[in-house]
Write a protein that binds this ligand. Structure first.
Ligand code: HMG
Ligand code: MG
Length: 356
């Protein structure tokens, strides 16, 4: 039933997409907004589901079309994601958009499937996609999911098979593709092998995670070359670059040169991984969109509107906005606001400098 409903929506979406390609000479870059999941999972304060749902609504309004919306992981391991069911139930969902959620095991999938089965058939499904995650090293896999890479692949194969049978799309993640916080430098051959295993079990795409954010164009380029030379096409790969060392945008530009066209990013640069000490958030969505402005790549979303969402969520969480572009646009909005006030006040220059 659920499978049928999900499959029925796809031809229409494909038709819209192919029309977009036909009229747009620029190459389309997909952005997977991960702020509501990767971002919020790392906040120390408990965030009410209403704030999370509001974040997703605002990102949708700002024009993003793939928004990772939460996780069905153990609340003992990541308490910040505990309210995901409520988030999915209360947020506004638009037909044709995707709201993937992380699922680590069959238990998480069962919880999600139960939730989906409660929905009336007439409604837009809470989600049509899950993301499964593993790593390129045993040390990280054990810290993050309490099992080795081989054990996690076995576990995820069962999850992927069941989910695809139910009509859900499955995306895969490989963490620590450059450095592991526990075992150091990572062999790109291992990244290629784990990526291939995820594709073989049925993932439609694999996102390569520089979880620690230590990668630079040289190391990311080398890793990608190994994966691509190993026979994996760029069309099934995505880049997921944490911005700890400020290399996120550079790593995306390098990945574009290697043919990758899908990138994960986080509004306001929110986030990190609870099991990667010291790592900061993903590359900011605002920074990615600004970097590609005027290029031959078309990106989804309205940069100014997304930057406003970044300002709003940073204030709501009482944190500094980590997006350089977001902060620059915030300052510009403040200047423009003062300018408008000056016009209303009758042009008092003193008034402006006092406020600045
Ligand atoms: P475990 O402790 O080995 O599992 O954890 P368990 O089967 O022994 O279960 C322990 C308890 O959790 C039990 O409860 C289970 O019922 C419950 P108890 O009997 O003690 O009351 N449980 C669950 N509850 C709800 N939903 C579930 C679930 N599973 C078990 N799905 C497990 C193994 C995989 C569950 C755990 O390690 C876990 O949840 N890990 C997730 C960690 C995580 O979410 N990390 C962050 C996301 S990954 C990431 O950020 C990286 C990424 O961004 C890419 C990158 O940057 O590289 C994607
Ligand atoms: Mg991440």
């Amino acid at each position: 039933m659920l499978a049928r409903r999900l499959l029925q929506t796809r031809p229409a979406i494909a038709a819209i997409r192919s029309r977009a390609y036909a009229t747009d000479a620029r190459e389309r870059v997909r952005i997977v907004e991960v702020g509501p999941r990767d971002g919020l999972q790392n906040e120390s304060a408990v965030i009410p589901p209403a704030v999370k749902a509001e974040l997703i609504n605002r990102l949708t309004e700002a024009g993003l079309d793939i928004i990772e919306s939460g996780s069905f992981v153990s609340p003992k391991w990541v308490p910040q994601m505990a309210g995901t069911a409520e988030v999915l139930k209360t947020m506004q969902r638009r037909k044709g958009l995707h709201y993937p959620v992380l699922v680590p095991n069959l238990k998480g999938l069962e919880i999600l499937l139960d939730l989906l089965s409660e929905q009336p058939a007439s409604e837009v499904p809470y989600t049509d996609e899950i993301a499964v995650f593993t790593a390129a090293t045993d040390a990280f896999s054990k810290a993050n999911t309490n099992c080795t890479v081989a054990e996690s692949l076995q576990r995820l194969e069962a999850v992927t098979k069941r989910a695809t049978k139910e009509g859900l799309r499955v995306r895969g993640y490989v963490s620590v593709v450059i450095d592991c916080p526990y075992s150091g430098k990572v062999d790109p051959v291992k990244v290629k092998e784990v990526t291939q295993a995820l594709l073989d079990m049925g993932c439609y795409e694999v996102s390569l995670g520089d979880t620690v954010g230590t990668g630079n164009p040289t190391t990311v380029g080398k890793m990608l070359r190994t994966v691509l030379d190993g026979g994996i096409p760029a069309s099934v790969l995505a880049g997921h670059y944490h911005d700890t060392y400020g290399m996120g945008v550079s790593n995306i530009l390098t990945s574009l040169e290697h043919g990758i066209r899908t990138f994960d990013s986080s509004v306001g640069g929110l986030g990190g991984c609870p099991y990667s000490p010291g790592a900061t958030g993903n590359v900011a969505t605002e920074d990615v969109l600004y970097a590609l402005r005027g290029s031959r790549y078309a990106t989804p979303g309205d940069l100014n509107a997304i930057a406003e969402v970044g300002t709003w969520i940073s204030k709501a969480l009482n944190r500094t906005n980590s997006s350089r572009v977001g902060k620059a646009l915030e300052a510009r909005r403040a200047r423009e606001q003062l300018e408008r006030e000056r016009e209303r006040d009758g042009g008092s220059a003193e008034n402006i400098s006092a406020k600045l």
